[in-house]
Design a protein. Structure first.
Length: 178
């Protein structure tokens, strides 16, 4: 019996403690209902309609009589292109010392000017400094020096174009900090 009295007292105690919480839930909610109704009555916006797509127009390929761009050209066509472009490296010309190094391994280290002649100073990978003038060659792509300025040396190289011919390409060495 002691057990049932203590459990009934516990139940009554819990009931007394929970009554204020239950009473707070039963308050008037008119202000909350008014707020919800005002939000619902506001303009919500519209959704744009799905765009209408234009019907697909067929395309008729009219260049079927021209050369197929995905087929390799014949050797005769490549020879014709090469004959039109007579640009070729000079195989007979004696090679200069700086032509044994790739251009990206060479460094411009300065200039010298004597009697209005401007010499460029280029250091090779072996730390040897060479004096060059416009018209000299450097690098492994027939790079001829065309201009020496205060900050750079400009080259015009002859490189293969991948079709059996050659094209000219500009390159330069800038004055670098070492």
């Amino acid at each position: 019996m002691i057990k049932s009295k203590s459990s009934s007292r516990l139940f009554i105690g819990l009931l007394i403690i929970s009554l204020p919480f239950l009473a707070s839930c039963s308050k008037d909610n008119n202000d909350l209902d008014a707020f919800i109704n005002s939000i619902k009555s506001k303009h919500q916006g519209t959704v744009k309609p799905i765009p209408q797509f234009k019907p697909y127009k067929t395309f008729t390929y009219t260049a079927s009589d021209l050369r197929d761009p995905f087929q390799q050209e014949t050797e005769q066509a490549i020879d014709d292109i090469n004959n039109k472009n007579a640009l070729k490296p000079n195989k007979v010309r004696p090679k200069e010392q700086l032509e044994s190094f790739p251009l990206d391994t060479l460094r411009m280290v300065g200039i010298l000017e004597q009697n209005s002649i401007k010499w460029g100073l280029i250091k090779d990978p072996n730390d040897v400094v060479h004096r060059v003038l416009p018209g000299n060659y450097a690098g492994q792509n027939e790079g001829q020096i065309v201009l020496i300025s205060e900050n750079s040396i400009e080259f015009l190289e002859i490189v293969a174009d991948g079709l059996g011919g050659y094209i000219e390409r500009k390159a330069s060495l800038a004055l670098g900090n070492e």
